[in-house]
Design a protein around this ligand. Sequence first.
Ligand code: NG6
Ligand code: CA
Length: 509
Amino acid sequence: MRNSSIGVLSFALACGTAYAQTDKQQLPNVIFIYADDLGYGDLECYGARNVETPNVNRLADNGIRFTNGYAAAATSTPSRYSLLTGEYAWRRNDTGIARGDAGMIVRPEQYTIADMFKSAGYTTAAFGKWHLGLGAETGKQDWNAPLPAGLGDLGFDYSYIMAATADRVPCVFIENGKVANYDPSAPIYVSYEKNFPGEPTGKDNPELLYNLKPSHGHDQSIVNGISRIGYMKGGGKALWKDENIADSITAHAVAYLHEHRNERFFMYFATNDIHVPRFPHERFRGKNKMGLRGEAIMQFDWSVGQILSTLDELGLTENTLIILSSDNGPVVDDGYQDRAVELLNGHTPAGDLRGGKYSTFEGGTRVPVIVHWPARIKQPQVSDVLVSQIDWLASLASLTGARIPKGSAFDSFDRLGNLLGTDSTDRPWVVEHAANNTLSIRTKEWKYIEPNDDSRKIQKNTNTELGNSPTPQLYDMTVPGERENVAAKYPEKVFELEGILRKVKNKKN
Ligand code: NG6
Ligand code: CA
């Protein structure tokens, strides 16, 4: 038993190296298009009903669309942490959903995927949702001065980001560590402890919520007629308008492409869509029968289209590697009265998967993954090979020839061949990390969910099936839907998978 799991580990580490060494001259630009809360079933090419996503279709039609692609975790912060560092977020206990005033979670000295690209000669940039903390210490930032720790310490040459999520203060963009459009007449103060005297809140001043009202939580400071999580004061001209968030992020990314057209670049393009509060631009309003959630998907697709048409215009499409994915699975009511539940009209955001955002079930972490690189991927395909975002760092290091410092990114395996469609061998297993820190391990055929003492079957407010159980669960993954727990029937499988998971947990760098 012991030996077989060691075998599995070393196999995974060795796999893919044969694809290394793309000629330096021909190294592609790389863009991650990273959606927020976009479910496995939310795109037209993944079977979505009621919404068209033509720009994403274009990527899928000319690239590889994966049906077994995974985010490392079922919520944003741990998922992004794992993607950017190549280390499982659950190895640390401070990587859960971050507040808007969290200190920087990835340590400045830690190796990131941006460092990897920089060392390979790329210019690097991040746009949009960050949600991994900024500044030296939680709650201690001075938002009116340059932040002492930020993306520049993590290998990004340029950044234009939201500190956390649109439902968390501070509601401003941050450009290279400073509030963008800073308004000296309205200094910014943020607290996750208490309100600032005289400032309205969603709880006390519901009459001021002219854009969206909360359905649960989200009843603290009001910005743009929408109440948020956390308290803030000031901001003035720097405050965002939710209806312009996609435009701002996209415009900055498009400008960056123009400016860096003659350099080799890595762009992390992390959209706010389709996270709550869903409040897309007027031009999408009333355009989808699912209402705001459907319109947010349309807006996401529009952003993808802007990136693609800019690459076309600049003649860069052919040699740009685009990987499109999502940070976690879908949720319908995530805290605002946006009528998303009642307007689904038969649409299933997680496709045929059980659970959603937050879950141990597949809906939590199995997400759309599409790889597009016309110069190298000549044969469009739908692939059922197991792939995980945890491997992007090592796989792309293998592509660029970058050397990963010893001990860094040590959960990331070189699976480049999987991503480029030249190797259809499955990753031997994928680890899934639920919001309550329960881990699962999935092979092509089986999934084991470790027992946990969280007694909730359903997360009440979001109506999510969490997949918790005090006893081990085992599902036959050749049967969709994780319906029948067969742990009692196949104890030796439970034992084997539990052993692999233990070994991964105990791995030392
Ligand atoms: C939850 C929020 C939810 C969302 C989530 C993080 C409430 C009631 N719910 O705590 O709205 O913000 O955190 O989402 O506050 S994530 O995609 O960024 O992980
Ligand atoms: Ca998310």
